[in-house]
Design a protein around this ligand. Structure first.
Ligand code: PLP
Length: 386
């Protein structure tokens, strides 16, 4: 076996490097702007950034809670030694909740069925389950309807009296916080205040009342309440229309030039020849495609950066490969191709991809496939990068 073969099998086709110190700076930025305790939302593997690593970095930077969607996401954090309070908010009543109760995961309850499942899990493991009740305040997605809310609060109060649960949180989610105006959040806030009043009247004592996502935390002070649930802002996504809060992207995605070819005018590129050259030019092959999370919509209008210069993607992006047009003289085989980088130095970012692909940056960041090998920069005590 030659060493050349060994090197080739060890080189990933593409990597995403997550800068944990950028995430730490984003946490401190949100804390500085809002001053309210932060629940760091690390669902969906921290929007593709690595849930365990991001959870550690955000807690070290001053976050107080961790937020996830599912019980298995919460238990993965516990298995990796994360001891902070965790809220999980998508709880089906038929899943096994015993480990979650044992591991002190706070379980969101949006209906009587889930509350009953949590209560019986608490009885089985002979522990008190922690519960936050979710009210819908104008999103028509998760949460108790206003009609069911009084009944849910009364059931929770009864379970608390029986010693099965501690229901010390009430929360909701904002549909319209990304709008810069206040009207969108005011109606939710009024509905939420009313819901908290109903919980108090039922005999609950919710010391955690939380409503705001990143946009609420940054742009709508009235929604901050006792805690803010921050996802997007941790990862550098600016979610408030027309405003920027100085957040930094934390994920850099690079690949390399895997092949170069000279072509004549009139050359059709890729499946169905969606792009045809109008002059002789040079094409570079980049070994990533839509299976790796590169939106196929970037086939028209997407760009990469090579050697500090923008280069257009040409032809339809394939499952594993894409083609860019380069200048013959300044690109070499093996050169780094920046897919997502730092917009401050002219590299493409997730907001640019999202515009072209008609989606949101969140979708771009959590869409990368396993073949895009993930690495984390080390976080030093100073917050710098090792
Ligand atoms: C995803 C999510 C968040 C985080 O929202 P961002 O806009 O990413 O800050 C907060 N709360 C709930 C319930 C969520 O599902």
């Amino acid at each position: 076996m030659t060493s050349r073969v060994l090197i080739a099998t060890e080189l990933p086709l593409a990597t995403r490097t997550v800068d944990l110190s950028a995430i730490a700076r984003n946490v401190r930025r949100v804390l500085a702007i809002g001053g309210t305790p932060i629940m760091a939302v690390v669902k969906a593997d921290a929007f593709g950034h690595g849930a365990v690593e991001v959870a550690r970095a955000t807690l070290a930077a001053g976050a107080s809670w961790l937020g996830v969607a599912t019980v298995s996401e919460a238990l993965e954090l516990r298995r990796n030694g994360l001891d902070a309070p965790i809220l999980a908010w998508l709880i089906d009543p038929w899943v096994d909740l015993e480990d979650a109760v044992r591991q002190r995961v706070t379980l969101s309850c949006a209906n009587a069925e889930t509350l009953a499942a949590v209560t019986s899990a608490a009885r089985v493991v002979d522990a008190t389950a922690r519960v936050h009740l979710e009210l819908d305040t104008g999103m028509a997605r998760g949460g108790s309807t206003v009609d069911d809310w009084g009944d849910l609060c009364e059931r929770a109060a009864a379970a608390e009296t029986a010693g099965a649960v501690v229901a010390d949180g009430v929360w909701s989610h904002l549909a319209l916080a990304s709008r810069a105006d206040e009207q969108g959040v005011e109606r939710s806030l009024a509905a939420f205040d009313h819901g908290v009043g109903v919980a108090l009247a039922a005999g609950l004592n919710p010391k955690h009342v939380h409503l705001a996502n990143s946009a609420g935390a940054l742009a709508h002070p009235s929604t901050r309440l006792s805690m803010v649930r921050v996802g997007a802002a941790l990862y550098g996504i600016e979610t408030v229309r027309g405003r920027s809060f100085g957040l930094e992207p934390a994920m850099r995605v690079v690949s390399h030039v895997a092949q170069l070819r000279r072509v004549e005018a009139g050359t059709g590129i890729g499946y169905l020849h969606e792009f045809v050259t109008s002059a002789p030019t040079t094409l570079a092959l980049v070994p990533v495609g839509y299976a790796d999370g590169i939106p196929r919509a970037l086939s028209r209008g997407g760009e990469v950066s090579i050697g500090g210069r923008r280069r257009p993607i040409r032809g339809a992006i394939s499952m594993d490969q894409l083609v860019v047009e380069v200048n013959a003289n300044d690109v070499r085989l093996g050169d780094e191709v920046v897919l997502l980088g730092d917009p401050r130095v002219g590299e493409p970012d997730s907001a640019e991809w999202a515009r072209i692909a008609d989606t949101v940056p969140h979708d771009v960041l959590c869409g990368f496939g396993e073949r895009v090998v993930r690495r984390h920069s080390e976080l030093r005590p100073s917050g710098g990068v090792a």
